[in-house]
Write a protein that binds this ligand. Structure first.
Ligand SMILES: [Mn+2]
Length: 270
């Protein structure tokens, strides 16, 4: 049994189907053929491309089909899911910046027609996505950002906090978290700083390695977007970026997690 990961789709359903079929997880009729394998989607189903609802719909279908045969399909929460839920919940209500919640989402790449197509069962599913997930010793998180540690001491506590937020009717609290959630490159950046931060968040949650999306690899390391066809490992092996930048023209890829990790090598970074 293998653990597979697919990065940020941003509404690109056709690429999603191609990746699933190439990896023999799904057939041409959208049926799960992955048996007992496990698949994780890294969040950001929505915005920029216009078939985010269909990407979620397919994922929910595959989840049911996979579970029926002992496999699994799951997802973690991306900032674009939270933005969409915010637009859905607050609509024309004004944010602190004076624009409506919906206008704020559109400004971030939201496509109004998607909101109209979103079904209650999909909203219910999205609200319950974990922000963090451990797979063996690997921490899955959407954003390459440190802000998660401010929301709980454990993976479960952070996930509860995010679920509570989705039920919160105070728009200002949503705005705060959405601002924090838009941080990028928290584990790369200047010289040793990124490596040290990665080490801190790994130790905080008791993980050996982290896997994230959110920042297209082409933007993070300068590889031309259309040539990115594999994950990028950095910060001395502590971090794996799986955002192929599909919305920038990248072909995307399916990444297989190495759950047989030895402890993070070398001296500790303090
Ligand atoms: Mn993101």
């Amino acid at each position: 049994m293998a653990h597979y990961v697919i990065g940020d789709l941003h509404g690109h359903l056709h690429d999603y189907r191609r990746l699933l079929q190439d990896q023999l997880l799904c057939d041409g009729a959208d049926q799960w053929i992955g048996g007992t394998h496990q698949l994780w989607l890294m969040g950001d189903f929505f915005d920029r491309g216009d078939m985010g609802v269909e990407c979620v719909e397919l994922t929910m279908q595959l989840q049911m089909q996979a579970r029926a045969v002992g496999g699994d399909v799951n997802a973690i929460l991306g900032n674009h899911e939270l933005m969409l839920l915010c637009a859905n919940k607050f609509g024309e209500q004004l944010t602190a910046s004076g624009v409506s919640a919906k206008a704020m989402w559109v400004r971030w790449g939201g496509i109004s027609e998607e909101l109209a197509r979103l079904k209650p069962a999909q909203i219910h599913w999205l609200e319950r996505l974990p922000a963090l997930q451990m797979v063996g010793d690997i921490l899955l998180l959407h954003a390459d950002a440190m802000f998660y540690v401010e929301h709980g001491r454990t993976v479960d506590a952070v996930n509860q906090r995010f679920f509570d937020l989705t039920q919160d009717s105070d728009l200002s609290r949503w705005e705060q978290i959405l601002r924090d959630f838009s941080e990028h490159e928290g584990f790369s950046g200047l010289a040793m700083t990124g490596e040290r931060r990665a080490n801190q968040i790994l130790r905080f949650f008791g993980a050996q390695q982290l896997v994230h999306g959110h920042t297209p690899i082409s933007m993070a390391n300068g590889t031309p977007a259309e040539t990115v066809n594999r994950a990028w490992t950095y910060a001395r092996g502590q971090c794996i970026n799986v955002d192929g930048g599909i919305y920038l023209g990248g072909p995307g890829f399916v990444h297989e997690l190495n759950t047989d990790l030895s402890p993070v090598g070398g001296a500790r970074l303090n």
